[in-house]
Design a protein around this ligand. Structure first.
Ligand SMILES: Cc1cc2nc3c(=O)[nH]c(=O)nc-3n(C[C@H](O)[C@H](O)[C@H](O)COP(=O)(O)OP(=O)(O)OC[C@H]3O[C@@H](n4cnc5c(N)ncnc54)[C@H](O)[C@@H]3O)c2cc1C
Length: 382
């Protein structure tokens, strides 16, 4: 058993860390305040390979192993939770489905532009106003075959990157009689008539990541735009979400590490009761507990990523990693605010933003309750 990153992974970690330190972290507060994505960084991220983590090299991808992909999202999370969410969604939800299930033509059409950042960021539309955790029963967006086209009607909610995406991968009910085999993922180019992308939601956190409601009114796309085979959409979605959960775990890890570093920095500067805050035992215990939690989450996230890379089953491990890392990030950010006192509660210091960003992670890509359902099913059935 080897708990060390290999030399290539360490170099990648340093490279992404330095990139984020220069191009993302200094702007995190400003873009949170403005609630705007850092568009000026997309092409730079593309040049580094950050937009092609799951894309094979032949389509302009970075051909990266799953642990290296997790490292990249962790480092982005350290710099800015909102940007990291958009990039995690781009890689895990926008590009991965095309890489995994797309035809040669679909890959050639969409992946090069997505991996360079030239065409924008990827998006996956699953959630609807009436369907989040229970997509099987609740999903009402309908795609019907009409000659050689799909005609799509319905609405989606909370779709990350929709306003930045050249194509939105949309989960539709294509055969209402077929139960779990009645769903399909369909590629909907963003300029298609009848597709309306509503203004960005006003959110508590991850504000540099745009999130949109969508309406589909007789949206007509070629029948060939289905991803893989019609009827496979739900099974494909579950596989996509397994990978996405590792990513959200990694992102949470980055936010927690950043919050702990801020808390340590502050505790070393602040003096009270004739001592440094960092010398008071209650503070030291808090910092120690945070580090323990971060290390535990890191091991869980890397374990899930390693299993994915090895081609072994990782659904249970990805759910465990996401559940623990996301709840851990919230606890660590909370403690960081506590250590900074009033300053922690102020927008002048970054831990307030980190806390708001971390709060999303237990909700997006399957809530904590859904992760517990996934884990319990496997714990009980062995
Ligand atoms: C910032 C942001 C970005 C997002 N990005 C995307 C995206 O790119 N694409 C996309 O498709 N969606 C996206 N989402 C949607 C997100 O994935 C859903 O919000 C999430 O899956 C939960 O669905 P819901 O909000 O409908 O809650 P619901 O499913 O209605 O759940 C409500 C509550 O019930 C709980 N619950 C669920 N099942 C049970 C149970 N069996 N027992 C007890 N409690 C239960 C849930 O955990 C939750 O606490 C995003 C959301 C946000 C906020």
């Amino acid at each position: 058993m080897d708990f060390e990153l290999n030399q290539e992974q360490r170099m990648w970690q340093n490279t992404v860390h330095d990139f984020c330190d220069q191009h993302i972290r200094p702007y995190a507060a400003e873009f949170d305040e403005k609630a705007e994505p850092m568009k000026m960084t997309f092409r730079k991220m593309g040049a580094l390979g950050l937009l092609a983590l799951n894309i094979p090299e032949e389509f302009g991808g970075a051909g990266m192993d799953a642990v290296s992909a997790a490292i990249a999202i962790d480092e982005l999370g350290y710099a800015d939770g909102g940007t990291a969410l958009s990039i995690a969604a781009h890689n895990g939800l926008g590009c991965a489905p095309i890489s995994m299930f797309g035809s040669q033509m679909q890959k050639e059409e969409w992946l090069p532009g997505l991996s360079s950042g030239e065409s924008g960021l990827g998006a996956l539309a699953l959630t609807e106003p009436g369907a989040g955790s229970d997509l099987v029963r609740g999903l009402s967006t309908r795609a019907e075959l009409d000659g050689d086209s799909w005609v799509i009607n319905g609405s989606k909610a909370w779709i990350t990157n929709a306003s930045l995406a050249p194509v939105i991968i949309t989960l539709c009910r294509t055969d209402p009689e077929a139960g779990t085999a009645g769903f399909s993922l369909i590629l909907v180019p963003s300029g298609t008539p009848g597709l309306h992308i509503h203004p960005s939601e006003k959110k508590m956190g991850v504000r540099s990541s745009p999130t949109h409601a969508l309406t589909f009114e007789n949206v007509r796309v070629p029948a060939a735009n289905v991803l893989g085979e019609a009827g496979q959409g739900l099974y494909q979605t579950l596989q996509i979400l397994d990978g996405g959960r590792i990513s959200i775990g990694a992102l949470s890890l980055g936010i927690a590490r950043a919050a702990l570093d801020e808390a340590i920095r502050y505790a070393k500067e602040r003096e009270l009761f004739g001592k440094q805050l960092a010398d008071l035992q209650a503070t030291r215990f808090k910092l120690a507990d945070c580090q323990v939690e971060i290390d535990a989450a890191q091991l869980l996230v890397y374990r899930a990523a390693w299993l994915k890379e090895e081609g072994k089953p990782f659904t249970r491990e990805a759910a465990i990693a996401k559940l623990y890392a996301t709840e851990m990030a919230e606890r660590v950010c909370r403690e960081a605010i506590q250590i900074l006192g009033s300053y922690g509660y102020s927008r002048e210091y970054p831990v307030e933003r980190m806390y708001r960003d971390a709060r999303l992670m237990t909700i997006g890509e399957g809530t904590s309750e859904v992760q517990r359902m996934v884990i319990a099913k496997r714990v009980i059935s062995g």
